[in-house]
Unconditional design. Structure first.
Length: 154
């Protein structure tokens, strides 16, 4: 702690705007559309038939097409952006850790992305968040941890 901070009797960690994000929750609801899946396939060049070929998908044990797991993480980005709008700091994503796809998400499913800031590292000026994605039945379909970093301008 600097002498100026000690003299003012303030803990610099307590006033960091990013610390105030801890405990904040954002929920984003989204319908997984066929257009989203096909556009994502085009962008990523991932044309696996269980994503894009309805006839093939009908012949599988799932019986219909599923969304790309990485598309779900793309949807989660909307939630992290919404959290970022709740601070005066400019933040950028450092990435997603411990990503797991637990159940299939089908075209036409409504999903809810729940983003909860769980921790703040004052030294690195970084938050950690728990992401849970559920389907319309409330089943957990994907989870991840997300890191947001304060972006310092020169």
């Amino acid at each position: 702690m600097s002498s100026m901070s000690r003299e003012q009797g303030r803990d610099p960690e307590a006033v960091d705007p990013l610390r105030r994000l801890v405990g904040k929750v954002v929920e984003v609801e989204r319908v997984v559309s066929e257009a989203d899946v096909l556009t994502f396939a085009e962008i990523t060049r991932d044309f696996a038939p269980h994503h894009v070929d309805a006839d093939f998908a009908r012949s599988t044990t799932l019986g219909r097409r599923i969304a790309h797991g990485a598309l779900l993480i793309g949807y989660a980005s909307a939630a992290s952006s919404a959290i970022g709008e709740q601070t005066t700091q400019h933040v950028v994503s450092l990435g997603y850790d411990r990503v797991r796809f637990l159940r299939p998400v089908f075209i036409g499913d409504t999903i809810v992305i729940r983003y909860e800031v769980t921790d703040f590292d004052p030294v690195k000026r970084r938050t950690s968040a728990k992401i849970e994605i559920t389907n319309r039945d409330g089943d957990l379909v994907a989870v991840a941890t997300h890191l947001l970093q304060a972006w310092v301008a020169r």
